[in-house]
Design a protein around this ligand. Structure first.
Ligand SMILES: Nc1ncnc2c1ncn2[C@@H]1O[C@H](COP(=O)(O)OP(=O)(O)O)[C@@H](O)[C@H]1O
Ligand SMILES: [Mg+2]
Length: 358
């Protein structure tokens, strides 16, 4: 039997919150449901794994996440109420709005690939959240289906919320071109399946790296598969850098996609950032023609704050579930840059991986 989670049942912050149950675990910490009696509401509290408290790099990352998220006000970004350090034991926490629903990874694994008319409005709204972050100089850097939550609120379903700005950087350290060491810790952070080529190579990232990752997510949501066939994280990294994507139309031959959608994905998945859509708003505009009947309900410019009535969910369409490769829940990959090798004319960092399991 697993030992009982020490936080369950605990009152924190002078009795302001009472932790009820665990609702999720990721690479950095656990997310709990908690009650806040004074406000007569339930909230979600993310607490950094106690065993990581001694890791200076991770505590500063956690603080960075809290700071980045608390600046963001877009309705498709999870709302942060407060953050800090528990007086009792120094644990770092973030109090957020409690979301009901499931994340995009759980959704696709359970229901199979999404019909285009359902997936596109979700992605357009996520672009809205990212545009706000990008306008403030915040790059998410770890976009993946686990970090996009499909919330249900007041009868609205499929209202996406972007989570987990754990890798967000407010200002990117300027790097020398071709420089190898990415972070002070000498690590490349991210999730190989969704990493942009420049992230995989340890280069400086900007908003266009998030656009690439978002396009990988869209590709996976539509097909149940990633845009490359690979068996190992290292192989994904190499393919993001080197290999053209498998065209959308060929990935699952029995699925049909509207004319032109494959081209939008190909552009968003260009190896060079300058060949991609240059902003999340531009990517959203390119996706809009594929949003079906709900297109009109979505705001025309993603920079505008959406009304309270976002996309009407499209009626469920029967699709045979295509299994999506299970990833360890939020397992964070820390990839140590070890050496350099020449790879068809491109200098690719040879990366040694450590999967930090929690
Ligand atoms: N505010 C929330 N409400 C409900 N569930 C949440 C909330 N925040 C996170 N979760 C769940 O917990 C999981 C891990 O959260 P996340 O912020 O991604 O943490 P990590 O940094 O540990 O990956 C998410 O995939 C999601 O399913
Ligand atoms: Mg996460």
């Amino acid at each position: 039997m697993r030992p009982k989670d020490p936080f369950i049942g605990r009152e924190i912050l002078g009795g302001q919150f009472r932790i009820v149950e665990k609702i999720g675990t990721g690479g950095m910490g656990s997310v709990y449901k908690a009650s806040q009696p004074a406000m007569n509401r339930m909230v979600a509290i993310k607490i950094l794994h106690p065993k990581l408290v001694a890791r200076k790099d991770l505590t500063s990352r956690f603080r960075r996440e809290a700071r980045a998220m608390s600046q963001l006000t877009h309705p498709n970004t999870v709302k942060v109420f407060m953050y800090g350090e528990l007086e009792e034991d120094g644990s770092l926490y973030i109090v957020m709005e409690l979301l009901e629903g499931r994340n995009l990874n759980q959704t696709v694994r359970k229901e199979g690939p999404m019909p285009v008319e359902r997936a596109i409005p979700i992605l357009i709204q996520v672009c809205g959240a990212l545009q706000e972050a990008h306008d403030m100089g915040i790059v998410h850097r770890d976009l993946k289906p686990e970090n996009i939550f499909l919330s249900r609120q007041g009868g609205i379903t499929d209202f996406p919320k972007v989570l987990d700005f754990g890798l967000a950087k407010v200002t990117e350290r300027q790097m020398q071109p071709g420089s190898l060491i990415l972070t002070q810790e000498g690590m490349v952070f991210g999730t190989p399946e969704f990493m942009s080529p420049e992230q995989a190579q340890g280069r400086t990232l900007d908003a266009r790296s998030d656009i690439y990752s978002l396009a990988v997510i869209l590709y996976e949501v539509l097909t149940g598969k990633l845009p490359f066939s690979a068996r190992t994280p290292m192989e994904y990294i190499q393919k993001h850098v080197m290999e053209p994507i498998i065209p959308l139309e060929q990935r699952v031959p029995e699925l049909k996609f509207p004319e032109g959608l494959g081209r939008v994905l190909e552009k968003a998945l260009s190896k060079k950032p300058e060949d991609r859509y240059q902003s999340a708003a531009e990517f959203a505009e390119a996706l809009r023609p594929f949003a079906g009947a709900s297109a009109a309900m979505l705001t025309s410019g993603v920079t505008r704050v959406p009304s309270n009535d976002p996309a009407t969910p499209s009626p469920p369409v029967e699709v045979a579930p295509v299994p999506v490769a299970a990833r360890p829940p939020g397992a964070m990959l820390l990839i140590g840059v070890a050496a350099v090798c020449l790879f068809a004319g491109v200098v690719l960092a040879m990366i040694v991986m450590h999967v930090v399991e929690h």
